[in-house]
Design a protein around this ligand. Structure first.
Ligand code: SF4
Length: 241
């Protein structure tokens, strides 16, 4: 099976437990204003690879990531834009005893089969908001498919880490965070909430692509705001980091 990817890389701490081999697939239907990976938006900017080639590369790091309690994360872009390729990677890694994670916005959750999710040990779900207006302002897309996918993951009992990017003036409103925290806590399968501080490190990438980073004028959140938001998730009984 062929897929289109932007790159692969090793990461620690942010893409699932332990050291991760992360595959960045290409193509994403959303256009989040804070996106740090604009080079993954269009499939035609990516590289076509066979799943075998990716598995060979993963094999080179297998012992290293397994010893470190890590695994493989399929990220993007949006991996569910290429559901068959993503499913094959997850299935082969899972069958080989590696911990598997799927990093998704959930917009295309209907494309994830129950079999694919059974091969997924952890879903990193980018819950940018629960409120339709805020979600559309952040992503230009609708929130309902993501909320539906989150509920389905809960019904299936699949472990989820919620990722929430904190952007001053965009996602930091107390009622936005409170609503999201209530929603996430009500699911019952959210093991952890990563409150990710917005940053501007992708500005250069945007310039190289001939694009303008829409949030170039926004300052990253300070520690007090981060703690307030983490506190709001903790008040609902969630483990926020
Ligand atoms: S869903 Fe992810 S890859 Fe797609 S635009 Fe948003 S942040 Fe970027």
């Amino acid at each position: 099976m062929d897929g289109v990817i932007s790159s692969w890389d090793l990461s620690v701490g942010v893409d699932g437990p332990g050291t991760r081999f992360v595959v960045f697939t290409c193509g994403c239907p959303l256009r989040c204003r804070y996106c740090q990976n604009p080079e993954t938006w269009r499939m035609r900017d990516g590289r076509t690879v066979r799943a075998d080639e990716v598995m060979t590369e993963i094999g080179k790091y297998r012992r290293f990531i397994a010893v470190a309690g890590g695994g493989v994360t399929i990220s993007g872009g949006e991996p569910l834009l290429q559901p068959r390729f993503t499913a094959e990677l997850l299935s082969r890694c899972h069958a080989g005893g590696l911990h598997t994670a799927l990093d998704t916005s959930g917009l295309l959750g209907v494309r994830a089969t129950d079999e694919m999710l059974a091969d997924t040990d952890l879903v990193l779900l980018d819950l940018k908001s629960w409120d339709p207006a805020t979600y559309r302002r952040v992503t230009r897309g609708p929130v309902e498919p993501t909320l539906r996918f989150a509920r389905r993951l809960a019904e299936l009992g699949r472990p989820v880490w919620v990722r929430f990017v904190l952007v001053p003036g965009l996602t930091d409103a107390a009622d936005n965070v409170a609503g999201l925290a209530r929603f996430a806590a009500g699911l019952g399968n959210v093991e952890r909430v990563d409150v990710l501080p917005f940053h501007r490190m992708a500005t250069g990438k945007y310039e190289r692509l001939g694009l303008t980073f829409p949030l170039a004028h926004v300052d990253p959140p300070g520690e007090a705001l981060l703690e307030r938001v983490r506190g709001q998730f903790r008040e609902e009984g969630l483990a926020a980091v």
